[in-house]
Ligand binder design. Structure first.
Ligand code: ZN
Ligand code: ZN
Length: 353
């Protein structure tokens, strides 16, 4: 049994559960390696059973470990209930179980107490193993290379969508299995929308262009943002860019084992607030990255988590001035003994194209 499953089973034991149902596919992938699009993992005190359908009959043999596999068709829930009939306390992932599935369990297991739990597997996923870090590094390396290759294409007259399409093409060409999220390319006033979808807008001279991009490499994500200026930056653009950069660097430097995630957020925010742009920085400072591009821990004011070594988090403050422009700078940071390592290698000083 893997370390990952064992940690979950220990937690089940502490909470007096006879079983735990994992329904979030990324959590199933993490625990037993299965990457199919349909399945449930029933974890019991000493073993685990994966329920999936005939489409994955061959695939499960190749990629799944540490569990018994049950290929079931339409009667998945009947089969699952058969295996859980004697349970008294059965945990499930309240953030990831559909209402339909919950009702099926409730009806089928009338004498069993169904216990909603949040983030159990996600908390195990926060701390990365060596192999996971290797994949994240590789995903980021691809991203850094693509950023360099795409810079010469950011010229007046090119459309945001074209740039985003180039990014996605190049990521795949360099070995990514896909993008870890839909690439953001936002220019001019649209860069003031933190999560702008690339549009048909043409890039103009003087525009800030924000590129937020990431690759998936062997299942693991990267996430990086850079903001560049087309032509020469105005003194005000330079000043605020420097402010965001200072906040970003201070946030990164603050990262080390034992620090509260909420304090990293406070650190970057304070610098931006001091200059009167607090309201223009409306999102959290960062998030964990791994099998999913947004995962635990969260780096925001109400976060409860504490940084520990081998976590991978982003630090990404921004300033957004509606109707004018926006700036965000984002790196992925690996928490290490006594400090951190910045995984993103792309330059952060303002690039004038
Ligand atoms: Zn990002
Ligand atoms: Zn991010």
């Amino acid at each position: 049994m893997s370390r990952r499953l064992k940690s979950l089973q220990r937690r089940m034991e502490k909470s007096g559960l006879d079983g735990f149902l994992v329904s979030h596919l990324k959590n199933i992938q993490y625990l037993v390696g299965f990457t199919g699009s349909h399945g449930f993992l029933l974890v019991r005190p000493c073993d685990a059973l994966l329920f999936t359908d005939f489409r994955y009959k061959e695939q499960v043999k190749e990629e799944t470990h540490d569990c018994e596999v049950k290929i079931v068709g339409r009667f998945l829930w009947d089969e699952l209930i058969k295996k859980t009939r004697r349970f008294k306390r059965f945990g499930f992932e309240s953030l990831h179980l559909t209402h339909f599935a919950y009702e099926r369990l409730k009806t089928g297991l009338s004498r069993c107490e169904l216990i909603p739990e949040e983030g159990w597997v996600e908390e195990i996923r926060m701390v990365k193993e060596k192999e996971e870090i290797r994949r994240i590094r590789r995903a980021q390396k691809i991203t850094d290379e693509v950023f360099q290759d795409v810079l010469p294409l950011i010229t007046p007259g090119r459309r945001e969508k074209e740039i985003a399409a180039e990014v996605e093409y190049l990521l795949r060409k360099k070995g990514a299995s896909g993008c870890s999220f839909e690439t953001i390319c936002a220019s001019g006033a649209r860069a003031a929308l933190p999560h702008a979808r690339p549009g048909m807008k043409e890039i103009k001279k003087g525009d800030f262009v924000t590129l937020d991009m990431g690759a998936i490499y062997e299942g693991y994500c990267s996430d990086m943002t850079r903001t560049v200026v087309v032509g020469k930056a105005t003194p005000k653009q330079k000043r605020i860019y420097q402010l965001v950069l200072n906040a970003q660097k201070a946030g990164v430097r603050f990262c080390k084992p034992g620090r509260k995630c909420a304090d990293v957020d406070r650190r970057t925010r304070k610098i931006i607030e001091r200059e009167g742009f607090g309201k223009a920085f409306g999102h959290g400072t960062g998030h964990g990255v791994g099998l999913e591009v947004h995962e635990l821990p969260g780096l925001y004011s109400k976060s409860k988590e504490i940084l520990t070594k081998r976590m991978v988090v982003t630090v990404e403050p921004g300033v957004y001035l509606p109707g004018k422009w926006g700036i965000r700078i984002e790196d992925m940071v690996l928490i290490q003994n006594g400090g951190y390592e910045v995984l993103s290698q792309s330059p952060k000083e303002l690039i004038e194209l």
